[in-house]
Design a protein around this ligand. Structure first.
Ligand SMILES: [Zn+2]
Length: 320
């Protein structure tokens, strides 16, 4: 599928909704489409932006059996300082928890990354019901919600804004949320959500450590992609955790009580705030854990690693 500009894409989607009102997985591009398929697009997607490039857009479906085990992928090191947590706010599309990022206090390093990346914010995407909500999928399986922790390359760039449009500018950790046990770490956020029900509402949040939202399993997939909201810049190294974390339905129900709209306007519930899947095109998803496909030679030293890596690039048509 060719990437088209947003105006054409919007028309295409409207046409699509018109023809297929029973689509299984409605999304934010036609907010409230499940109850009114002619509802207007979310304001975030209304501006006539052009999708840049279009060769490495996100999100994607991760096909487990197509991913390539890369033994060169190191353990992803995560060091967050809870004191850098600033506030939580409703930006009219999701709720964001933002961090003080003038120094390297909350960073990730290692894994597929060559530099330190500083934590800027995290946010979630979720569905109107628990049958859908995540942006990425695994073997076409959709999760009820997905957490994104957004970091910027503080070795190469001076600020998040500067890194935003650059290659290797951003690194985003994605974590799937599935239904299960109550999540006590998440509950601190859930308790504060009624205070930021409307767009632009903000509340201070002190000493929150986002590591509590990560699964203990270190395994991940990684691929080159983009932001999933405008400006959709193709600057993101995605790190998608293999294991989901469990949350209970009541916690997701509180997410769904938030509003896209500011106080005083007709209320629109903040649900289905995810972008549809994008074509994988000429990309390979690498895994930090063994899968069906692996590099042909077990590396023993740096030289072997490089040789094995190059060999695999040719043999498996991997694009690393
Ligand atoms: Zn996101």
């Amino acid at each position: 599928m060719k990437i088209m500009n947003l105006a054409r894409w919007s028309k295409h989607l409207k046409r699509l909704w018109g023809q297929n009102p029973t689509a299984r997985r409605p999304c934010s591009l036609a907010a409230c489409a499940i109850t009114n398929r002619y509802a207007s697009l979310h304001p975030l997607w209304q501006s006539p932006l052009t999708i840049p490039g279009g060769s490495r857009q996100s999100p994607i479906n991760i096909q487990w059996s197509d991913s390539l085990f890369d033994p060169r992928l190191e353990h992803l090191e995560i060091r967050y300082d809870p004191a850098t947590c600033l506030h939580m706010w409703n930006n009219g599309y999701s709720f964001l928890v933002e961090f003080e990022d003038s120094t390297d206090k909350s960073i990730i390093t290692g894994g597929p990354l060559e530099n330190n990346y500083r934590l800027k914010q995290f946010h979630f995407h979720w569905g109107a019901v628990s049958e859908w909500g995540s942006e990425h999928t695994v073997d076409c399986k959709v999760f009820p919600a997905e957490l994104h922790l957004v970091h910027w390359n503080s070795c190469r760039y001076g600020s998040f804004e500067e890194a935003l449009m650059e290659e290797n500018g951003l690194a985003v950790i994605g974590v799937f949320l599935k239904l299960g046990a109550h999540h006590s770490g998440l509950q601190k956020l859930v308790d504060a959500l009624p205070l930021i029900k409307h767009k632009d509402a903000i509340v201070e949040l002190e000493d929150f450590d986002p590591s509590c939202l990560l699964p203990s399993c270190p395994d991940y997939w990684t691929y080159s992609g983009s932001l999933t909201t405008p400006p959709l810049s193709e600057s993101v190294t995605w790190i998608i955790k293999k294991k989901p974390v469990e949350v209970d339905e009541d916690q997701l129900e509180v997410f769904r009580m938030l509003l896209f709209t500011p106080a005083g306007e007709e209320e629109k519930r903040m649900v289905d705030n995810f972008r549809p899947l994008q074509p994988i095109m000429d990309r390979t998803v690498r895994s930090s854990f063994p899968t069906n496909h692996r590099l042909k030679v077990l590396p023993r030293c740096e030289e072997d690693i490089d040789r094995a890596h190059n060999q695999a690039t040719h043999q498996d048509t991997a694009h690393l």
